[in-house]
Design a protein around this ligand. Structure first.
Ligand SMILES: [Zn+2]
Length: 125
């Protein structure tokens, strides 16, 4: 009796383990890849490229003033400050996955997450 109970216990643990593993694999598959860098464009022109691995705070300057402030922290990019009237970009959540974007329409600022595969033209400048 005791022996049989223990055997069932083992099977149950194995099933739970497999379910957890399958759930992890499926969720990481559908979640998409975590991006490698944040590309900032202003009015369609590339302003700069910033690796997500490195914590940073970037002032995006338009006409000489810091119009937006982008924070990179814990592998995520987040717009923490802006002097645009709607502040929609500030209210957008932090992004970290490939092709996610934060847009500031009044300033024509777009922050896009890209993976490392694409050519990184700005890393030298
Ligand atoms: Zn904005």
């Amino acid at each position: 009796m005791t022996k049989r109970f223990r055997k069932n216990d083992g099977i149950l643990l194995l099933v739970i383990g497999l379910v957890l593993l399958a759930g992890y694999v499926v969720s990481s598959f559908f979640r998409g890849e975590t991006g490698a860098k944040a590309v900032v464009t202003v009015a369609g022109e590339v302003y700069g490229t910033y690796p997500l691995a490195q914590d940073d705070e970037i002032e995006i300057k338009i006409d000489g003033r810091a119009a937006n402030v982008l924070q990179i922290k814990d592998g995520k990019a987040d717009m923490i400050e802006a002097d645009c009237p709607d502040k929609l970009c500030v209210h957008q959540k932090a992004i970290e996955r490939t092709n996610e974007t934060i847009v500031c329409l009044p300033h024509k600022v777009v922050v896009e997450i890209q993976d490392a595969k694409e050519a990184d033209f700005d890393s030298m400048t």
